[in-house]
Design a binder for this molecule. Structure first.
Ligand SMILES: [Ca+2]
Ligand SMILES: [Ca+2]
Ligand SMILES: [Ca+2]
Length: 389
């Protein structure tokens, strides 16, 4: 008797908890399925002319005639061209999108040239425009792609139920690394080296001045328009030095936005291809940074950023594609091997400088607007020690 009673009491006590857990599970499962509205590729929209639908693609220019799309010096806000790759120049692979008055302020290229290379999702009538495969009379235009909302992303903190990281739940060490590799290489896309310029103007925008980007090591806020190769310009710093694996600037690790940052041309050259470690003498043009013959120590505010970028590269590139298997190691000996040091220092830096809103926003934007993949260590810095500690 008493046993039954206590069982019943136990049941009464746990039922609300069970219901709450079920409700949470339904909520978590339900949200992504609602967001997963069918979005077609540009190729599908070209072959599906005569119907209507929702298309996601990269902004590749402004159409001005049937076979002419301009990529700079935009002359109007009334049309843009979409493609399935940000590097597309062949107009046969593009969809010409009519931008009606309601959308011109946000999506016209003359007003918003930085849209080049970004993804947008458009709903409308799939019909010829400029005597070319097109989409007219849009009823919705949003920044970002397909099944993901434009500027939101999976929660940056949270438990193992996070949908994006579901396959990594409960894992540690090598099996966590393998799960994360699969997660961040499934459905990801890459930008080409030219598109990196415009992407960095978005991902590294100065929160206090939308005309500027923040330079990684020097911390300087500099005009977005000063990108280039001359003194006083900023350029595309490969935090994982290109020579460590010799992957160059073909679309792949050399264009992966998760480790590319704007930096002053001369500071970038001074860092060169050095490994990362503590120590050295101060770098006058980049306050807070130090360097010696074989290593570079970034300023305190970006030490963790640097660590998480290197560790991302080690997990993202495992040699299963045409690129080398990149790995972090404990050396600062440089060389062309696909290795980058110094792991023990990087793990310290990851702990000292946790992700802040700038780094999280950057990760969100790369995920939603460019590569459809995330840096897991920005979302879960604790995973660095689980895998590499
Ligand atoms: Ca050193
Ligand atoms: Ca930081
Ligand atoms: Ca690797």
């Amino acid at each position: 008797m008493s046993g039954k009673l206590s069982n019943r009491r136990l049941l009464a006590a746990t039922t609300p908890i069970v219901l709450a857990v079920l409700a949470l599970a339904v909520t978590l499962v339900g949200v992504p399925s609602v967001q997963a509205a069918a979005s077609m590729t540009v190729a599908q929209a070209i072959s599906g002319q005569g119907s209507s639908g929702t298309v996601t693609g990269y902004v590749v220019g402004q159409p001005t005639a049937t076979n002419t799309v301009i990529r700079s010096g935009f002359t109007g806000d009334t049309a843009l061209a979409l493609a399935d790759s940000s590097g597309t120049t062949n107009t046969n692979s593009m969809l010409y999108v009519q931008i009606t008055a309601a959308y011109r302020t946000q999506f016209g290229l003359q007003s918003n040239p930085s849209l080049m290379g970004r993804t947008i999702t458009v709903t409308g009538s799939l019909e010829a425009y400029f005597a070319h495969a097109g989409l007219k009379s849009p009823t919705s235009m949003i920044l970002g792609g397909g099944t993901t909302p434009p500027t939101t992303a999976p929660p940056s903190s949270g438990g193992p139920l996070e949908p994006y990281y579901a396959a990594a739940a409960g894992k540690t060490g090598e099996s966590l690394k393998n799960a994360l590799h699969t997660i961040i290489t499934t459905g990801d896309t890459a930008v080409n080296y030219d598109a990196v310029w415009n992407a960095l103007k978005v991902t590294d925008q100065d929160p206090a001045n939308s005309n500027n980007v923040i330079l990684l090591y020097s911390g300087i806020s500099r005009s977005k328009s000063l990108n280039g190769g001359n003194t006083g310009n900023w350029n595309r710093e490969h935090v994982w030095a290109q020579s460590h694996g010799d992957f160059g600037t073909g679309t792949g690790p050399g264009t992966d936005l998760h480790h590319l940052r704007p930096e002053d041309v001369q500071v970038n050259a001074t860092r060169g291809n050095k490994d990362f470690d503590n120590g050295g003498t101060a770098v006058p043009s980049a306050p807070g940074n130090k360097t010696d013959s074989d290593s570079w120590e970034p300023r305190a505010a970006v030490k963790g950023d640097v660590a998480r970028m290197i560790l991302y590269m080690a997990v993202r590139y495992e040699g299963g594609d045409s690129f080398p298997d990149l790995e972090a190691d404990h050396a600062t000996s440089g060389g062309s091997g696909p290795r980058h040091g110094k792991l023990s220092t990087l793990l310290q830096w990851n702990a000292q400088d946790p992700p802040d809103s700038f780094e999280r926003r950057r990760n969100d934007l790369i995920y939603s607007n460019y590569q459809r993949n995330r840096n897991p260590f920005v979302d879960h810095p604790e995973w660095a020690n689980s895998i590499f500690g």
